[in-house]
Ligand binder design. Structure first.
Ligand SMILES: Nc1ncnc2c1ncn2[C@@H]1O[C@H](COP(=O)(O)OP(=O)(O)OP(=O)(O)O)[C@@H](O)[C@H]1O
Ligand SMILES: [Mg+2]
Length: 371
């Protein structure tokens, strides 16, 4: 004999609320503007929303039961497999991973990949994947980049002309100071602190002018074979290294292909940046080693390091955190190194201090570079 156990008013209310909640959840899932799908722990799709099916050009029936990897373009497959394996091991959600998705017709589009865990009876049984189509955003970003490039070109031309015209009067001012000192020693002595201030101001202006000029006049590189030690010697001769800065040189010497003058500009910029970051007290280590087809040169300092949120911006033209910086130093370095078919990057700054890594090809395709 079966008895119907009466449901209390309270239980009924809870049950109704649960049904209502699930209904709202289903509606939200279905009508979410992102492409949503749910997968089990093996990456098999158990559900997806209309937006997912529509954007990929399949029906829901075709999608459910398939592996999530099926819809990822080949260019992002490795990345997404790694991401999934990491999730399997740690259950950590993915945040804003940029990947490419492939539609049924073979076309691909970029998305941001985010996940949250699906929990049932206190265990993770899968994840809900949110894909945000960023094709429009990328197009817009590209347009803005193009516009900025065009604007910078105009600004560049104007600044080049200005910088060029300022160079001569500046050297006149600079050369006049020793002349005054010679012609009128008493005046110089009485007002020497003013003259020193003037000299500093002129040096600062000359630096700005030089930076602008070396950034805007990008001539083809004139390659020659030179020992790194010689190049470093020339560089140091052109710099005034503060007393409290210790310089450490590479233990091994290498011959490199480079444009001597331009590579000096790079080294000078990196050493000055390091000196400024350390507030003229600390050490700069220069290391060199070869790695496959590259000669690697590292400049490490014991300064405060670069905050992660600024790392992406330091190679942008005009980006500076200094009151009297032009923000053209690192972008000039990057242009010069890229013209040598090399790369310049910041190595992980997990400890304090910053390390810039320059990779120069051992063999440079001369014809290619000089065209
Ligand atoms: N070694 C370093 N340690 C810490 N921050 C650095 C280091 N090198 C560069 N930076 C950061 O990168 C920014 C950009 O450097 P960049 O050389 O392009 O311009 P700048 O040094 O500010 O100006 P300029 O080179 O014209 O004097 C700096 O303002 C600084 O914030
Ligand atoms: Mg600088």
């Amino acid at each position: 004999m079966q008895y119907n156990i009466p449901i209390s008013q309270k239980d009924l209310k809870i049950e109704n609320e649960k049904i209502e909640f699930e209904k709202r959840h289903d509606e939200l899932y279905e009508n979410h503007p992102d492409l949503l799908c749910s997968v089990d722990i093996y990456g098999i799709i158990t559900d997806c929303n209309g937006s997912y099916a529509k954007n990929l050009g399949y029906t829901k029936e075709e999608i459910i039961g398939q592996s999530i990897f099926k819809y990822v373009s080949n260019i992002s497959k490795e990345l997404i497999v790694n991401e999934f394996n990491q999730w399997s091991a740690t259950l950590k959600k993915s945040t804003n991973v940029e990947i490419w998705i492939e539609r049924k017709d073979g076309t691909i589009f970029p998305v941001l990949f985010n996940t949250i865990n699906i929990i049932y009876n206190n265990s993770v049984v899968g994840q809900t994947i949110f894909l945000r189509d960023i094709s429009e955003m990328n197009k817009l970003k590209k347009q803005i980049e193009e516009q900025t490039k065009k604007r910078l070109l105009v600004v560049g031309e104007l600044s080049a002309r200005l910088a060029h015209d300022l160079r001569n009067p500046l050297s006149v001012l600079k050369n006049t100071i020793p002349l005054i000192q010679l012609k009128n020693p008493i005046l110089y002595e009485n007002t020497s602190s003013d003259f020193i201030r003037m000299e500093h101001a002129i040096t600062r202006m000359a630096h700005q002018v030089d930076e602008v000029l070396s950034y805007v006049k990008q001539k083809p590189v004139n390659l020659e074979k030179i020992f790194l030690s010689t190049l470093l010697k020339f560089t140091i001769e052109r710099l005034k290294i503060p007393d409290k800065i210790q310089l450490k040189f590479p233990q091994k010497d290498y011959e490199i292909f480079c444009d001597l003058e331009k590579m000096e500009v790079v080294f000078i910029n990196l050493i000055i940046n390091a000196t400024q970051a350390m507030e003229e007290r600390g050490s700069i280590s220069i290391a060199a080693y070869d790695e496959k087809e590259w000669i690697n040169i590292e400049f490490s300092d014991t300064g405060p390091g670069i905050p992660p949120e600024l790392l992406e911006r330091i190679f942008e033209p005009l980006f500076t955190t200094k009151q009297i910086g032009t923000g053209l130093g690192l972008v000039s370095c990057k242009n010069i190194i890229e013209n040598h078919k090399g790369t310049i990057t910041v190595k992980g700054t997990e400890k304090s201090g910053t390390t810039f890594l320059i990779k120069l090809p051992k063999k440079v395709d001369l014809a290619n570079t000089l065209q």
